[in-house]
Design a binder for this molecule. Structure first.
Ligand SMILES: Nc1ncnc2c1ncn2[C@@H]1O[C@H](COP(=O)(O)OP(=O)(O)OP(=O)(O)O)[C@@H](O)[C@H]1O
Length: 302
C-alpha cells in the first residue's frame, strides 16, 4: 500500500531522513518507533505530501506522492501532531466543516458513533478532554473514507485510560480494512498495536520486523537488573548459568541477559553474598521492544 525507496531529507547540512526504504502492506498497522528528533514526523509528512523530499520515491495506493499530491489527498487521512481544531465549534460542526471539503463524505452520525462522541456532539471543542479531542481529530481524518491513515504520536499526553480507548479505535480502523501508519515513542503502544515496526534513530531505520520477531532476534528472553556501582564483578556475572551478556546501564545499574532465569538467580545470590553486594531493587522482566531499542542504539528510548 505504501512504498518508500531511498527517501532523504536534509535541513541545512543535517540529514534528518537518511536514505530509508520500506513498504507498508495493505490492512497493516505499521509503526515507526523512535525518540524525539529521530525523523518520524519528517518521514510521515513526506509520505503525506506535506514536505518535499530531497531524494527518493514514494508511492501510496498506487499514487506518486511527490507528483500527484491532489490525487494522494483522496486516498489518505491524516492526524497531525497539531491537527487544527476550532475551539468554538461543536464536535458535530467540526466534522461537518471538514466533511464539506470533500465531494463525498461519511455520514456525521456514523462517525460520532464510531468514535464514541455521540454524547459530545453539541460540546465545544474547547471543552473536550485530551482523549476526546484526539478521537475527534481521527474522526476528521477519516471523514472522506480514506484507505490509508497516518497517525502522528496519537496518544502523546493522554492518560492510560484515554490511550487504551484510542488503541481500540486504531484497531477498529484496521478492522474496517484500512492501512495505518503510526508514529510513536511509546514502546507498549508499538507492541500492542503494530503488526510491524520500524525502529528509527537519527534518520535511519535500524530494524524492521514484527514486534515478536524483533524481540526474538535479541537471542535472550529475560533481563535481570540490579544496582552495582563498579564493574569489577562483571566478568564473574558473565560466567553465571544462562548469562549471555552483561550490560552496564546509567545510574550504576547492571543488566544480565539470560535465557535461564532460575539458574542465573540461583548462582547470583551466593555470589552477591560472597562479595557483600546488595541486591536491593533487583528486578527481572521479559525482554521488550525497549531492549531491542537499547541493543540497536545503545540508549534507552524512555
Ligand atoms: N522545518 C524544519 N527545519 C529545520 N529542522 C527541522 C525541521 N523539521 C524538523 N527538523 C529537525 O529534523 C529532525 C527530525 O525531526 P522530526 O520532527 O522529524 O522528528 P520526530 O522523530 O518526529 O520527533 P518528535 O517526536 O519530536 O516529533 C530534528 O532534529 C528536528 O529538529
Amino acid at each position: 500500500m505504501i512504498q518508500v525507496e531511498n527517501l532523504m531529507k536534509r535541513y541545512g547540512n543535517q540529514t534528518v531522513v537518511d536514505h530509508i526504504s520500506f513498504e507498508v502492506k495493505e490492512r497493516e498497522i505499521f509503526g515507526m518507533l523512535g525518540p524525539n528528533g529521530a525523523g518520524k514526523t519528517t518521514t510521515m509528512e513526506m509520505i503525506e505530501g506535506l514536505r518535499d523530499p530531497d531524494d527518493g520515491k514514494i508511492v501510496v495506493a498506487g499514487v506518486d506522492a511527490k507528483r500527484q499530491k491532489k490525487k494522494l489527498k483522496q486516498h489518505i487521512g491524516m492526524q497531525l501532531q497539531s491537527t487544527s481544531l476550532f475551539d468554538y465549534l461543536t464536535v458535530k460542526e467540526s466534522i461537518e466543516l471538514y466533511a464539506s471539503f470533500y465531494p463525498k463524505a461519511r455520514p456525521v452520525k456514523e462517525l460520532l458513533v464510531s468514535f464514541d462522541l455521540q454524547e459530545k456532539e453539541k460540546t465545544w471543542v474547547k471543552h473536550l478532554s485530551g482523549g476526546q479531542r484526539q478521537r475527534l481529530a481521527i474522526a476528521i481524518a477519516v471523514v472522506h473514507d480514506p484507505k490509508v491513515i497516518f497517525l502522528d504520536e496519537p496518544t502523546t499526553g493522554l492518560d492510560p485510560a484515554a490511550r487504551r480507548s484510542l488503541w481500540d479505535i486504531v484497531l477498529q480502523l484496521r478492522e474496517e480494512g484500512r492501512t495505518i501508519f503510526l508514529s510513536t515513542h511509546y514502546m507498549e503502544e508499538a507492541e500492542v498495536l503494530c503488526d510491524r515496526i520500524a525502529i528509527m534513530d537519527r534518520g535511519k531505520i535500524l530494524a524492521l520486523d514484527t514486534p515478536r520477531e524483533l524481540i526474538r532476534q535479541l537471542g535472550t528472553n529475560t533481563r535481570i537488573e540490579f544496582p552495582s556501582k563498579d564493574d569489577c564483578y562483571d566478568s564473574e556475572f558473565s560466567t553465571l548459568a544462562g548469562v549471555k551478556k552483561v550490560v552496564r546501564l546509567e545510574n550504576d545499574l547492571v543488566q544480565l541477559h539470560t535465557d535461564q532465569l532460575a539458574d542465573t538467580l540461583q548462582q547470583l545470590i551466593p555470589l552477591a553474598d560472597k562479595y557483600h553486594l546488595p541486591l536491593n531493587g533487583i528486578s527481572t522482566r521479559t525482554a521488550t521492544l525497549e531492549d531491542v531499542f537499547l541493543e540497536q542504539t545503545g540508549k534507552r528510548l524512555s
